[in-house]
Design a protein around this ligand. Structure first.
Ligand SMILES: Cc1ncc(COP(=O)(O)O)c(C=O)c1O
Length: 474
């Protein structure tokens, strides 16, 4: 920070002032207009162009230094680019932040934040479950920098955060709604704890976006998003952003992005993010309406054990979500019957929704985190169990399709998860067999399609909610 006081890195105030209290939809449309170039256009374009240049011509060496130190302006693309800056300004206005920065990915935003605001010896309190990539960073990369972390159960119990704090705790790294189970954090309560203990808070609000949840006015220091998801919204660009509560925090991150991590977003991607944001408020409204209707339908299906959507009164964080969110977004978690087989049957039988690791697009996506997003690449079995990532868990990102088509698609795929009662199949296993507890079933389980010495054969009934592990004798 020390040498930064001299530098005016504040993004310029947009040249097109908005009416006080302008709605988000007005902000995203109006602020998307290009600001006049320094040398001014005769015919101003309606869209901020993609400014492709690494550097800018300067008249004299003195002018270069003057631009860099006193105006913090166009010198080098990694420092400032008009296209990126235009998108950052829109985000900043939506967040009501001191400043916003775009990064080459959500992960780049996370790691840049850690290496900028933390020092060796510092401790983070996060929660489990969380974005599996964050878990991976906490477990594998931060310890190399002599930074440690504790993960408390995700949810609204802020006491757990307080108890996990150590004298060297410097940051609460949290999500709400949380990936993948949609847990809701009581943001204002955690801000109180953080202020009490002099700890910074970064809230990853990827699934809410600044449209549904404005966390900077609630006192959060850093509002982080993977723009790859809803903000850019069309599954065609990777980007991340951080908005800050204070100008000093913005300056600190800006200098480190320029001079250390080199993670600023290029103009093509910034253009895509900015372009997509014009429809962000209306997309979030429709994502939320579709997700609520689909969650209600899922709650009624007999092959679904439970549904967690912050907009459902059955969600443990529903009352808090109502308090801090405008509506509840497009992310839903639910568990199907039949563990891994049930999940596999379901995700491979959908016709409208797509099986993918992506989230937050205009199309409906599903994945079963146990083998996908929170699979063995990112988490070991023990951590998965602690994070309640079960075999039958489905993470659903509801798109903008007609919701009746989605409900019909989900119902037909869930209907295919049925107990195995078909007597014509070889080695018939009774309904009762499948209704036994998991422990009993596990006793019979063997790898798929393998006949072994113990007298059991595994029959892989593709469409059945449990692979049937049937004694030969049956
Ligand atoms: C909550 C959350 N934060 C951060 C990230 C990382 O973002 P990116 O994929 O843009 O690097 C993800 C990615 O899935 C995420 O779900």
């Amino acid at each position: 920070m020390d040498d930064l006081g001299k530098v005016n890195w504040l993004p310029p105030v947009p040249k097109r002032p908005l009416p006080k209290g302008a709605d988000d939809q007005t902000i995203v449309i109006t602020s998307a207009l290009p600001r006049p170039e320094p040398h001014s256009y005769d015919m101003a374009p309606l869209v901020e162009p993609i400014h492709l240049t690494t550097s800018y011509e300067v008249a004299t060496p003195e002018a270069f230094t003057d631009d860099l130190l006193n105006r913090g302006r166009y010198v080098y693309q990694r420092l400032w680019n008009r296209t990126t800056e235009a998108a950052e300004l829109t985000i900043s206005q939506l967040e009501q932040a001191a400043g916003s920065l775009l990064y080459v990915s959500g992960v780049a935003a996370l790691s840049s934040l850690f290496v900028t605001v933390l020092k060796p010896g510092d401790h983070i309190v996060a929660h489990a479950p969380c974005y599996a990539g964050l878990h991976h960073i906490l477990e594998h990369y931060l310890p190399r920098l002599n930074m440690t972390s504790t993960q408390v159960p995700a949810g609204s119990d802020t006491q757990a955060f307080r108890q996990a704090c150590q004298p060297n705790t410097k940051l609460f790294m949290v999500e709400s709604p949380c990936n993948p189970d949609t847990s809701i954090l009581d943001i204002e309560a955690l801000v109180k704890v953080a202020r009490d203990l002099n700890i910074l808070i970064c809230l990853d609000g990827t699934f809410a976006t600044p449209i549904l949840q404005k966390v900077i006015p609630m006192g959060v220091d850093f509002s982080l998003h993977s723009c790859t998801k809803y903000i850019a919204g069309h599954s065609d660009v990777i980007a991340g952003c951080i908005s800050t509560r204070t100008l000093e925090q913005y300056q600190q991150l800006k200098m480190s992005q320029f001079g250390f991590t080199g993670t600023s977003l290029g103009p093509f991607e910034a253009y895509q993010v900015h372009h997509a944001m014009r429809t962000l408020p209306i997309r979030m409204e429709k994502h939320s309406a579709n997700a609520l209707a689909l969650s209600q339908a899922l709650e009624k299906h007999p092959m679904v054990n439970w549904v967690r959507y912050p907009g459902l009164p059955s969600h443990p964080g529903h009352e808090i979500a109502k308090k801090q969110m405008k509506s509840f977004g497009g992310l839903v978690a639910f568990e199907v019957k039949g563990n891994a087989e049930g999940a596999r049957t379901f995700v491979t039988s959908l016709k409208v929704a797509t099986l993918t690791a992506a989230i937050g697009g205009i199309k409906t996506y599903v994945n079963n985190p146990y083998s996908f997003s929170h699979g063995p690449l990112m988490m070991n079995d023990e951590d998965r169990a602690k994070a309640r990532v079960t075999e039958g868990l489905i993470r659903l990102s509801v798109g903008l399709e007609n919701v009746d088509d989605l409900i019909a698609d989900f119902n037909q795929a869930l209907d295919l998860i049925v107990p195995c009662t078909d007597h014509t199949l070889p080695g018939h296993a009774s309904k009762e067999f499948f209704e036994q507890g998991d422990e009993v079933k596990q006793k019979y389980q063997r790898p798929r399609g393998v006949e072994d010495d113990s007298g059991y054969i595994t029959i892989n009934y593709e469409r059945y909610y449990c692979s049937a592990f049937v004694p030969h004798a049956l």
